[in-house]
Design a protein around this ligand. Structure first.
Ligand SMILES: [Mg+2]
Length: 127
């Protein structure tokens, strides 16, 4: 298990609720930093830096490790469970739109029969 001991504030480690709040807020914040960085690279002319992205991914990984420590689960077990979920979702071992849509319909049946994002009329009517 990756150690995060001593690297979180006292308030963040006060109790289980504070630890979970730290995970959620921290992952949201770090995900936002990555999104903002990529936005600046794609649309503002900022030069892409592999090192910058790696450092931000490291920040995300720290919160993932903190979450694993809080939940007393090994990171490898989380990775294995995710792989199992994806194998179940994509039984052919690769992404297919059909399998993706099956999953979406299963999780959000109220949205079944909704918009086809590839239909250009959908975009014209929304603008
Ligand atoms: Mg960061």
């Amino acid at each position: 298990m990756a150690s995060t001991k001593g690297l979180a504030s006292e308030a963040s480690t006060k109790d289980f609720q504070c630890r979970i709040a730290t995970v959620g807020l921290g992952l949201g914040g770090e995900g936002g930093e990555i999104a903002d960085y990529i936005k600046k690279v794609l649309f503002h002319g900022k030069e892409f830096s592999r090192e910058t992205l790696i450092k931000e991914l490291g920040d995300v990984m720290w919160y993932v490790a903190f979450a694993c420590n809080t939940l007393k689960i090994d990171m490898q077990e989380v990775i294995d469970k995710n792989a199992e979920k994806l194998r179940d979702r994509y039984p052919q071992g690769k992404f297919t739109r059909e399998d993706f849509l099956k999953k979406e319909t299963r999780e959000r049946p109220q949205e079944a029969g909704g918009y086809d994002i590839n239909d250009q009329d959908v975009w014209r009517s929304a603008s």
